[in-house]
Design a protein around this ligand. Structure first.
Ligand code: NAD
Length: 256
């Protein structure tokens, strides 16, 4: 379905981003990976799916590095057809205790980076009259939780940005939509499970049950593979007129 297309997925060395990159690669898209930590492992996992894979280590909190990454992607593969704005971090603290540096980093990585990557990707998509921009927001783009002020602010902002991007391109073949997962068991969430286990003096299993039980009626994690299937739907011809939605895959979290 996506043979000959290029997908750039930010924050794709781990978790949801890597899952989305693999789903797009399974449909034939060449992939540009980005993110920190181990690079060779994720590169090999994507390459094993029979597509070309490149990597750029831009720090998504730095506009100059985002610009260099977009230039690199165009130089490698001609242009970016599918942009997945996925890189994100979390910090949990009450507002009066929230470290200013963490606030700034979350807004920069979870929100501002999507603006920069999108503004740089759009001209080539508009010229080709085809493009898909998929913003990995969160159920926290739709509802709030205490102690996540920066994250909730960034994700609500990303949902708003998704709608504006969709509207500005509504008469073209360029669509923009957001995916809003509930809990997905990635390193980002494992840290929150570990903190719960430590403060409550409970086992990892009990902390996991508590985490799910507080928010997610299905009591099940969403998987990167399920999110990948939704991303592929947005990229399919059936997604041609799906514009500006924020689609939650959250086990009923936001239905409450
Ligand atoms: P993760 O920690 O497994 O992966 C985050 C990725 O972002 C990694 O590849 C990391 O290297 C990269 N990254 C972090 N800071 C970066 C920076 N400054 N520049 C470039 N890359 C950077 O986390 P995840 O759970 O897979 O999260 C991915 C996205 O999904 C985030 O936007 C997150 O908010 C969102 N999300 C996650 C969940 C969940 O339950 N895990 C739920 C809803 C939304």
């Amino acid at each position: 379905m996506l043979k000959g297309k290029t997908a750039l997925v930010t924050g794709s060395t781990s978790g949801i981003g890597l899952g989305l990159a693999k789903a797009l690669a399974q449909q034939g898209a060449n992939i540009v990976l980005n993110g920190f930590g181990d690079v060779e492992g994720p590169k090999a996992e994507v390459a094993a799916l029979g597509v070309k894979v490149a990597y750029h280590g831009a720090d998504m909190s730095k506009p100059v590095e985002i610009e260099a990454m977009m230039k690199y992607a165009a130089a490698q593969f001609g242009r970016v057809d599918i942009l997945v704005n996925n890189a994100g971090i979390q910090h949990v603290a009450r507002i009066e205790n929230f470290p200013i540096e963490r606030w700034d980093a979350i807004i920069a990585i979870n929100l501002n980076s999507a603006f920069h990557a999108t503004r740089l990707a759009l001209p080539a998509m508009q010229k080709a009259n085809w493009g898909r921009i998929i913003n990995v927001a969160s159920v926290h783009g739709l509802v709030a939780s205490a102690e996540k002020s920066a994250y909730v602010t960034a994700k609500h902002g990303l949902v708003g940005f998704t709608k504006v991007t969709a509207l500005e391109n509504a008469t073209t073949g360029v669509t923009c939509n957001a995916i809003c997962p509930g809990w997905v068991l990635t390193p980002l969430v494992q840290k929150q499970v570990d903190a719960k286990a430590a403060t409550g003096g409970i086992s990892n299993e009990a902390a996991t049950r508590q985490l799910l039980g507080e928010k997610e009626p299905s009591l099940q994690f969403t998987t990167p593979e399920e999110l990948g299937a939704l991303a592929l739907f947005f990229c399919s011809p059936a997604g041609n007129n799906v514009r500006g939605v924020a689609w939650n895959m959250d086990g009923g979290w936001a239905a409450q």
